[in-house]
Design a protein around this ligand. Structure first.
Ligand code: FAD
Ligand code: UDP
Length: 363
């Protein structure tokens, strides 16, 4: 029997490619150095029976019908629209900034046209819009920038918004209406029985073997794998030969509050200017779980630790390009995923990238 394709990483990138290859009749071996599948989307009941996301809050949203339908083969869904509030000077405001944010913050009574005129008056036009500072000043001006963005971004990235590419802050819309949803995608939902169950279903196929707690280094020389799909950090694959690509890490502080059915008004509350953590998420909002207590997580950004975010800066992307050039020469290896492609991908974008990678492999 021919050797299987080796897939390094059982997150979205690895699991989606594994399933596509398996459905097409190929045998695959999926390994992950962690003791579980699902990558950073992994969820589990905590010691009190509340379903929590070990690596921070994950909310699924997409406009991609094909992506939605693909995942829907493996899970039912709980409709969920995420809402976030930002704390400024001890008060909570709708975030992303919308008309209600302006009215509550400044004691105004603006209608939609009034909100548009307000932004027009306070914005600091920037041309070109290159950095995250440009994006925010260009749309909402300095006061809102300083209240909602500057401190959060410094904490999250350890960098000033002027040092980050425009795409980081451009993830956050600005609204003149009163829509207070974090995302406006067509499909927004949580997997009915959680992410880990969905991943177990994706990987449940006779052509797929999964080995957990196994790192790439341990199997690298084991078989003559006809092909490898690598979803870990690309610089690590090449032994950091061009130097380390910066990734931002987080420390997650999980807490259970017994006898407190509800801790906060919405799924996530952001703290741009106070505390060492960026935000608190209360999982029961996301999952709809009924429980006498509640479980929350605080996210403390840090430079060291597991790589969670590529850091979108011009110099980092240039360094990534050098690794990408090496990757292109590795004809037997496919690099896909947030760490392997050094892109600030959401979950649905990784599914899309993995489906495209699988199609190329099967052509
Ligand atoms: P990963 O999930 O990182 O999977 C890669 C896997 O490879 C890991 O399990 C790792 O252990 C394994 N691996 C790496 N190197 C090796 C090796 N050498 N040997 C063996 N195994 C290895 N996206 C959304 O759409 N909505 C959200 O709300 C959202 N919230 C997020 C919140 C946080 C705090 C973070 C960090 C991310 C969030 N994301 C969210 C992004 C989402 O987590 C990623 O897009 C997605 O999980 C990336 O999947 P992946 O397969 O590329 O990588
Ligand atoms: N951001 C901010 N203030 C906030 C929320 C976000 O300045 O209250 C900026 C910050 O730079 C952050 C980026 O917008 O890193 C993207 O935010 P998002 O919530 O999409 O980040 P993620 O959920 O991926 O950590």
């Amino acid at each position: 029997m021919p050797s299987p394709t080796l897939i390094v990483g059982a997150g979205y990138a690895g699991s989606v490619v594994a399933r596509e290859l398996a459905d097409a009749g190929r045998r695959v071996l999926v390994i992950d150095k962690r003791p579980h599948v699902a990558g950073n989307a992994y969820d589990e009941p905590d010691a009190h029976g509340v379903l929590v996301h070990r690596y921070g809050p994950h909310i699924f949203h997409t406009n991609g019908e094909r992506i939605w339908e693909w995942l829907s083969r493996f899970t039912g869904w709980r409709p969920y629209e995420h809402r976030v509030r930002g704390v400024v000077d001890g008060r909570e405001y709708p975030f992303p900034i919308n008309r209600d944010t302006l009215n509550q913050l400044y004691g105004l009574d603006l209608d939609e046209a009034g909100a548009e005129a307000f932004f027009e008056r306070v914005r600091e036009p920037r041309d070109p819009v290159r950095t995250s500072e440009d994006v925010v000043l260009n749309s909402v001006g300095r006061d809102l920038y300083e209240k909602f963005f500057l401190g959060y971004t410094r904490k999250q990235w350890g960098l000033d918004p002027s040092e980050l590419k425009a795409g980081v802050a451009a993830r956050i819309p600005v609204r003149t209406n009163t829509d207070d949803r974090y995302f406006t995608d067509r499909f927004q939902a949580m997997p009915l029985e959680g992410y880990s169950r969905m991943f177990a279903n994706i990987l449940d196929h006779p052509n797929i073997s999964v080995e957990l707690g196994v790192s790439f280094d341990e199997v690298r020389g084991r078989h003559p794998f006809p092909h490898i799909v690598y979803t870990g950090p690309i610089d690590e694959y090449f032994g950091h030969c061009h130097g380390r690509l910066p990734y931002r890490s987080l420390r997650f502080e999980h807490e259970h509050l017994p006898g407190t059915p509800r801790f906060q008004s919405v799924g996530t509350v952001n703290y741009p200017n106070d505390h060492a953590y960026t935000r608190i998420t209360e999982f029961k909002h996301l999952t709809g779980q009924q429980h006498a207590g509640t479980s929350i997580v605080r996210e403390y950004p840090q430079a060291e630790g597991d790589p969670y975010y590529p850091v979108p800066r011009v110099e980092n992307e240039l360094l990534y390009k050098r690794y990408e050039a090496l990757a292109e020469k590795e004809s037997r290896v496919t690099f896909v995923g947030r760490l392997a492609q050094y892109r600030y991908y959401n979950m649905d974008q990784v599914v899309g990238a993995a489906l495209a990678a699988a199609r190329r492999l099967l052509d």
